[in-house]
Structures are given as C-alpha cells and as structure tokens.
Design a protein around this ligand. Structure first.
Ligand code: PAF
Length: 269
C-alpha cells in the first residue's frame, strides 16, 4: 500500500460483519484518529462454542462492503484458511488470565482465547497504530487491553461508547434474532443496569444484594439471566466499598438470543 513509507497512520476496526450503526460509529471515530482506516470482517470460528451460533451468524458481506466503501480505505475479509491455515484447534493461541475469567468467560469457555488469538493475528497482519473497540463488549475490551500491554503490541486501543436504540437497547448483530415480543422486553436489560447505577451513585454499597436484585428484575421481565455483576472498572475485580470507578455488567438470554450490556459509573464527587 505504501502507507507506511509515506508515514501515514492506520486505524483498524476489527468486526465480524453484519454492520450496524455501532460499527459505523467505530469507523467514524477511526477516521478522526488516523490517516487511513482498515476494517476487517471475519466471523472467527475460534471464539464460538460448540453449541453457539457460528453456523447461523449473519454473513452480509455485500451489504457491509457497500456501507464501508465511502468511509474506509481498505476492507480486509479473509477466508478462514488464511487466518487458520492449520486449523484453529492445532495452532498457537493466546490466553489472557485474570480479566478473561468470570462473567462471559465463565459462560463461554474458550471464547476470550479465541478473541485474543484472532485479534493478535489481525494486528500482526494489519499493523495498525490504533485499534477501536466498542464499550458494549466491556470484558472483551479489557482482555484486549491486557493482551496489548502484556505482549507489547505497538497499538493504541481506543474504546468507543456503546451505540443504542432510542429505547436504550445496545446495538448488536444478534438483536436481529429477537422476535417482536422479545424486542419489546429487551431494553429492560439496560433499564436494570441504569437503576443499579443510580443506586450506586446514591451511596448504596451492598453489592451482593444489589446483584441478586438485578437478577430478580431480569427474571421478572422474562429473561434467563447468566450474570449481573458489579465490578471495578478496568480490572473487573469484584466491587469493594471504597472503589470509585465501577461498572455494572449483565448477560441474559431472551429466547434464543444472548444479550450483554454494561454501564459504568464514577463515584468521585
Ligand atoms: O467484537 C467482535 O466483533 C469480535 O469479537 C472481534 C473483536 C472482531 C474478534 O473476532
């Protein structure tokens, strides 16, 4: 490309395609931080469990390319054999201890190893100066930040706020799986997070009780919750009184759809 020879900077947005306004917000932010923007579309088999939706994950490359053409300098959509020439089960992999454990890591064994491995490979292939990730996948963001720090990748990670529908539902490629009735219920996940953040800001710190209440609220709304957890922002350690930067994270199933969301709050006056 010659971009490097001309000292042009590169911002990279890794995606699995089926692009929505949240992805385009990442691309827009990428355009503001570098001379060139590269987007990848790769549905990474290594981050899906055996019982997950790898086969049915929406693949919409033609529509995605049309959305990206006006705002991207390069679209990288490699076939699986280019990323995993020997198969992902028998290749080197990256484990990120600590932040990968618990939360989604407890319900999706191997998921973050798959994410860290593919992101490392994509970083080596694209060699970006900046890489942008949405805050919606908060644990994924921390896993990638930790991997970059531990393995000295020369990439600056930029977090972009979660894009939401008007009723608060976080944008996700999996929202398309929701039936009309489930779509009505779905924003209550965000509402549950909002009410816990409000209580935290008002001074409550009985975290375990608040987490149980959060689970109960989700169950009452019709979800099958996986977790509802109050953590220290960044480290994802269990919240303790005295911590000032917190994040409330939840994952819950609505019918066949797994939704995740989170909301951070600062208790510093
Ligand atoms: O967030 C995603 O879409 C994926 O986990 C990522 C970062 C593109 C890795 O496959």
């Amino acid at each position: 490309m010659g971009w490097r020879l001309q000292s042009e900077t590169i911002a990279f947005v890794p995606t699995m395609g089926n692009l929505h306004a949240g992805h385009l917000a990442l691309v827009e932010q990428a355009r503001q931080c570098a001379d060139k923007v590269v987007v990848s579309i790769f549905v990474n088999p290594m981050q899906f469990g055996a019982d997950e939706d790898l086969g049915s994950y929406p693949r919409t490359l033609t529509a995605d390319s049309a959305k990206l053409a006006p705002v991207t300098d390069l679209l990288f959509a490699p076939p699986v054999a280019e990323i995993y020439p020997r198969g992902h089960g028998v290749s080197s992999q990256i484990d990120v201890p600590g932040v990968s454990e618990g939360l989604c890591g407890a319900f999706r064994p191997g998921h973050f190893t798959g994410v860290a491995t593919v992101v490392a490979k994509l970083f080596n292939m694209v060699q970006p100066d900046y890489a942008l990730f949405g805050n919606k996948d908060y644990q994924q963001l921390q896993v990638i930040r930790r991997m970059v720090a531990d393995l000295c990748f020369p990439v600056e990670i930029i977090a972009v706020p979660t894009a939401r529908e008007e009723d608060g539902l976080a944008l996700s490629s999996r929202n398309g799986y929701l039936s009309a009735a489930e779509r009505e219920i779905a924003p209550r996940l965000y509402q549950a997070l909002q009410s816990v953040v409000q209580a935290l800001v008002q001074g409550r710190n009985d975290y375990a009780v608040m987490e149980q209440e959060g689970l109960y609220v989700l169950e009452e709304a019709g979800f099958v919750p996986e977790y509802f957890s109050i953590r220290q922002a960044g480290s994802l350690k269990l919240a303790q009184p005295g911590m000032t930067e917190l994040v409330v994270l939840a994952a819950a199933r609505l019918g066949k759809t797994r939704l995740i969301d989170n909301l951070a709050c600062s208790l510093v006056e």
